[in-house]
Design a protein around this ligand. Sequence first.
Ligand SMILES: Cc1cc2nc3c(=O)[nH]c(=O)nc-3n(C[C@H](O)[C@H](O)[C@H](O)COP(=O)(O)OP(=O)(O)OC[C@H]3O[C@@H](n4cnc5c(N)ncnc54)[C@H](O)[C@@H]3O)c2cc1C
Ligand code: FES
Length: 374
Amino acid sequence: MGTQLQTPSASTGFKTFRVMEKIQESAVITSFVLTATDGFSTLRFRPGQFLIVRLPLGDGVTALRNYSLSGDANDPSRLRISVKREPAPFDRPELPPGQGSNHLHDAVQVGDSLEIAGPTGTFVLDEESPRPVVLFSGGVGLTPMLSMLHQLSRHSSRPVFFIHACESGTVHAFRDEVLALASRRPGIHVHFCYRNPEADDLAKGVFHSQGLVSRETLQRLLPLDDYDVYLCGPRLFMQANWRLLRDLGIASQRIHYEFFGPATVLEEDEVIATAPLATPEPTAPVEGALTVEFLPSGTRVAWDESCQSLLELAEQAGLTPAFNCRAGLCNTCQVSLREGSVEYVETPLDEPQSGSILLCCTRPTSAVTVDLRQ
Ligand SMILES: Cc1cc2nc3c(=O)[nH]c(=O)nc-3n(C[C@H](O)[C@H](O)[C@H](O)COP(=O)(O)OP(=O)(O)OC[C@H]3O[C@@H](n4cnc5c(N)ncnc54)[C@H](O)[C@@H]3O)c2cc1C
Ligand code: FES
């Protein structure tokens, strides 16, 4: 999400891969290294992209979950995903914990097969850019950054600032790997910020700052320059740091970001402040532009050519339709088309039923009315 870069489209269809290694990276994050079952096929990916994993949860129920590739894109025969075990929300302990991540942690072992699709995703390292790079992550949001760091440490001389925030050393994954990659060449700076360091972290001095990443820390770390920023982490982390980066004068089109959760609009305040069309109240259509109406709220917005899909347009308008793969693979974003016509920018894996469209891979070709009730 965020500023979009050109990427190859998703290779559609699920393939079976075998788990070669299962590695505990921290108290909550476990990696799965995957290889093709035929032993030689590879999946090429760009640093930052993710896989879609189809998980059998029992009783014929399957779940689709996205996991960023955390390893080296130069070794596509060895695909690594790194999964955080998702507990029940801390304020609703009566709810079941995350189904997919707990299934992976508890039930999937070395030698087992996993069905995966992709790689896909537009949150990718812009390797053409000459600008210094800030890789800024919170929690498990470091997975795409790690893959980008692998690439930058081998194939670039651009200055890199790897900033990672997490709770403490217990949940800090990939510390040694990040430091080893940073030591490969000059110009890679690493900063770890622990919110609640433990006594052992303090004794060993394994972090650089404490509490939340502050404006002062960023000012100190990032000399005045024109950066490409990649940002990924929990919603509150993203919102707070987006604002800090903007306050430091970094232009919004230089901040690329990915959310691991349901869709949210990061620059919410700015969008609301500058785009009166982004309101749930019906508004007048803009002359000359295709109008898109979302039911049941009646939100009417002009089609924005900078959006890659109707899903992005809906999110930009403050709506939160369901999605999963964002690549035409899972049909989670299927909605009814009440009026008008659309074109597919990505060929869906399963054609949606008549009268329905997939929001994540369609653009309007006329004024349209879309009903988000599934
Ligand atoms: C592009 C992308 C890349 C991603 N990359 C990674 C990655 O590299 N690593 C990673 O770990 N994750 C990643 N994710 C997130 C991942 O896809 C899953 O969303 C995550 O693992 C949680 O899935 P789950 O099945 O465990 O949880 P879910 O079953 O989907 O549950 C999510 C949360 O909802 C709670 N819950 C359960 N029931 C209810 C209810 N009735 N009401 C409210 N809440 C409820 C659960 O307790 C849990 O906390 C990525 C996501 C995206 C979109
Ligand atoms: S979100 Fe998966 S098909 Fe659209």
